[in-house]
Design a protein around this ligand. Structure first.
Ligand SMILES: C[S@@+](CC[C@H](N)C(=O)[O-])C[C@H]1O[C@@H](n2cnc3c(N)ncnc32)[C@H](O)[C@@H]1O
Length: 283
């Protein structure tokens, strides 16, 4: 027997029309100053369908009504649109490549030109990526850290995620892939969770920003922009990548996510350091 709930559970992204999607976009823009135009339509529709199922709205018009009336739903949709999945040392082989081949060169060139090393984790979610970099530097570049001023900035559009990142408390299962000695050295119990030591927390500065405003950032030597571009429509990906090329000096490094790549004209501004790990050097 089919129940009403069965019907609701079947809402899919193709049940949301372009007109309704545009309306949802307008509501988000007006009520949350959150521009959804940069996100891929299919990606948006999939996320809206998730919220519709959870709110038991059986069509997009009903969901638009709910969105107009509910402050809470505006926040929940925004959260769903900007998913925050991350993990410590995500794609470990990429961090290994940075350790062996990229960071030694960056530190050497910063030391020679007597400039600081600036690292930026963009779309940083819960901070795992930026903190992984901080741990990697502590573990393998202690001498360089003493001689070359090093900053790690981490930005995200979502303030709630950022405040969790600043607290740096993680459920134990989030650390299960880390070697025991790293857990013991850098984490301590805090209630039922594990907190990063202040020495690592203090190496990272978190602040809120929109990736589409990339051009206004300071120059950086290493930008980690992983698993974030993928949600953006191609023209916006190109704009963001051009912005990143602008803030990287010659020799600066850009790292993308495993399923992301350089698109459009910006390819000319980079050479490939490692195609598998999506590491590119500014030329
Ligand atoms: C899947 S997570 C990637 C986390 C991390 N970079 C990694 O690879 O593990 C994507 C992050 O991008 C953020 N994000 C989405 N749209 C954004 C925007 N317009 N500006 C800045 N951050 C954004 C989300 O809030 C989310 O935390």
């Amino acid at each position: 027997m089919t129940t009403v709930l069965d019907g609701l559970a079947n809402i899919e992204h193709h049940d949301i029309g372009d007109a309704e999607l545009a309306e949802i976009g307008m509501i988000m823009e007006m009520r949350r100053n959150f521009s959804v135009s940069v996100y891929k339509d299919k990606c948006m529709k999939r996320r809206v369908a998730i919220r519709m199922r959870l709110c038991r709205c059986n069509d997009a018009a009903a969901y638009c009504n709910l969105l107009r009336q509910s402050e809470q739903e505006l926040d929940l949709l925004r959260k769903t649109l900007t998913i925050h999945v991350s993990q410590f040392f995500r794609n470990p082989s990429m961090f290994e490549k940075l350790r062996r081949e990229v960071l030694p060169i960056l530190y050497q060139s910063c030391a020679e030109s007597k400039v600081p090393l600036r690292i930026w984790s963009l779309g940083c979610a819960g901070g795992e990526e930026a903190y992984s970099m901080a741990i990697l530097l502590r573990e393998h570049f202690a001498r360089d850290l003493r001689h070359t001023s090093t900053t790690i900035d981490a930005t995200d559009i979502d303030e709630e995620t950022l405040s969790a990142a600043r607290k740096a408390e993680f459920n134990e299962d989030r650390l299960k892939d880390l070697p025991d000695e790293i857990c013991n050295r850098y984490f301590h119990p805090s209630g039922s969770r594990m907190q990063l030591t202040s020495a690592i927390r203090e190496m990272v500065t978190f602040y809120q920003d929109n990736i589409t405003a990339v051009g206004k950032f300071l120059q950086c030597n290493l930008v980690l922009c992983r698993n974030t571009l993928i949600y953006f429509a191609r023209p916006d990906q190109e704009k963001i990548l051009q912005g990143l090329a602008d803030i990287l000096p010659v020799g600066g490094i850009l790292v993308l996510g495993k399923s992301e790549t350089l698109v459009g004209e910006v390819r000319r501004r980079f050479t490939v350091v490692c195609p598998v790990e999506r590491i590119y050097r500014r030329v």
